[in-house]
Design a protein around this ligand. Structure first.
Ligand SMILES: Cc1cn([C@H]2C[C@H](O)[C@@H](COP(=O)(O)OP(=O)(O)O[C@H]3O[C@H](C)C(=O)[C@H](O)[C@H]3O)O2)c(=O)[nH]c1=O
Length: 183
């Protein structure tokens, strides 16, 4: 398993080993012992699967507040996304900063996003399927959003995407300055 920190060091790219032969491939896409070996102590309790019909579907920026804050381990089994994490820990020296990673089926890579970060992605292909583990159950009462295009964050979403497809919830999300964040 290959692991590297991204520009915000708590956010990791993880690439599991893939064993290919004439039949196809086998890969351990999650192994708790391997995750513990890189210093992460996590208990994932829920798997999520989101399917987006078209390129340009943007989901985010989302997070859950404590005590239901979620660590996320995200991978793509069909197509590709540009995945984004934003540091929303007020006490952090990188508060309000963002990092992005292309996560794609043909890269077999994953992104780990710890509690304290808002998460979002935009699909780069039609019929994109995203699978991700979360370390806390879904809690609508603790679910929060931040505007994907908040100029105070300044995420460089790819301009080549064309028209974006968002949920009404995401269209109405507040800017970071109005959001309840982590201390
Ligand atoms: C997240 C979630 C949603 N739902 C229900 C609630 C809604 O009726 C429906 C769609 O939810 P939503 O529009 O919030 O789905 P996304 O926009 O894909 O939200 C996700 O997108 C970003 C990228 C994330 O990181 C989060 O995991 C999550 O917020 O599924 C559940 O039943 N359980 C869940 O864990």
């Amino acid at each position: 398993m290959y692991v590297r920190s991204l520009a915000l060091a708590e956010v990791l790219e993880i690439v599991p080993q893939k064993f290919e032969d004439e039949r196809g491939f086998f890969s351990e896409t999650y192994n708790e012992r391997e995750i513990n070996r890189i210093g992460l102590t996590l208990t994932f309790v829920q798997d999520n699967h989101s399917y987006s019909v078209h390129k340009g579907v943007l989901r985010g920026l989302h997070y859950q507040l404590p005590p239901k804050a979620q660590d996320k381990l995200v991978r793509v089994v069909k197509g590709a996304i540009l995945d984004v994490a934003v540091d929303i820990r007020r006490s952090s020296v990188t508060f309000g900063q963002w990092v992005a990673l292309e996560v794609a089926a043909d890269r077999w890579n994953q992104i780990f996003i710890p509690k304290g970060f808002a998460h979002g992605f935009v699909t780069l292909t039609d019929h994109t399927e995203v699978i991700y583990k979360v370390s806390e159950y879904y809690s609508p009462e603790h679910d929060r959003s931040i505007r994907f295009d908040d100029p105070a964050i300044g995420i460089a979403w790819p301009s080549s995407i064309g028209e974006l497809i968002l949920s009404e919830k995401d269209r109405q999300a507040p800017p970071l300055s109005m959001a309840t964040v982590f201390e």
